[in-house]
Design a protein around this ligand. Sequence first.
Ligand code: F6P
Length: 378
Amino acid sequence: MENTAGIRTAGVLTSGGDCPGLNAVIRAITKNLMTHGVEVFGIMEGFRGLIENRYVLLDDKQTSGLLTVGGTNLRTSRDKPHKMPAPDGGTRDMSGAAIETYRRLKLDCLICLGGGGTQKNAYRLMKEGGLNVITAPKTIDNDVSGTDTCFGFDTGMTIATEAIDRLHTTASSHHRVMMVETMGHNSGWLALGAGVAGGADVVLIPEIPYYIDRVAESLLSRMRHGKMFSIVVVAEGARSVEDEPDLDGDSDDGRKRKRKDKDHVDSKQPVSVSLAAHLEAVTGLETRITSLGHLQRGGVPTARDRLLCTQFGVKAAEMALQGAFGNMVGKRGEDFVPVPLEEVVKQKRLVPPDHPWLIAAREVGTCMGDEVPLAYRA
Ligand code: F6P
């Protein structure tokens, strides 16, 4: 790959929630750009570091051994340049300071690794300050549009699947209902992927509002069919049909949370707590919950994620060398392609009703909360 854009310096930052694989992408970008004589600055703590002029020069020493290390050595934050916390408790627009650092460092391009919020922040800086941004889709939620998959997702899904495997044995020993709550924000990729891979009996995802009585009937019916335990996987954003009209957040009920247009739900109360209590009351079946939380974002990336991250990083570097700014690296089939940020920021990528994983789940009798599977109808 030729440095046709003639870039000499590039910045890289990680923003939003962390996930395994971020370091692997930083490593791939740096190694690749360095071989083309490009100086790479690691901006600390996401956009906050850009605003506060905090960075390190990345070299061979810093990137060696990074492939397998979880988290992000550049650290991260959920800060948005246009909405930084102000001393009076409100927010203030600090985009100007971020743009200034970019100019002071004489960056020819800024590579931002992050989820949906990061894509939007990078896009804003490009529009407002003319920054040459390139992004790559990171998130265990797998909900960034314009790409078949995001890095970090495979690791999160693998961790959740392993947890479900372990819960199967104890569920069986005690004849209990075991409820596992996954992350995923407002998308069901994690719950669905891990639920199908772990052989869950019920999977509840935000894209399919559930009927509590249908879930209860599935569980009771399994018992009647001699299946003495059940595994229920619930995504943190799952909601019942009754909750559906309250999406605007008008209700006082704590479970009915405002979800529209938020990049990040700051909910500390697992949805499984009230759902398990409700189900236990309706079915009389002893129910236990496990909320996987940040375990899904910890530790080493899977082999698949390491491969993906290396490819995402190499493609991001290649796009920088070619001057393909204003784009996110998207994975389409086996290819890695530039996808205009303008398109990426328009919507989230949710589980479509005809997704093969969903169809397969239904075909093996998994209750998705909207109907009692055929095998368990009385
Ligand atoms: O976006 C990734 C994610 O892990 C979501 O699945 C989850 O809702 C959120 O971040 C948790 O954020 P925090 O780490 O700020 O608690």
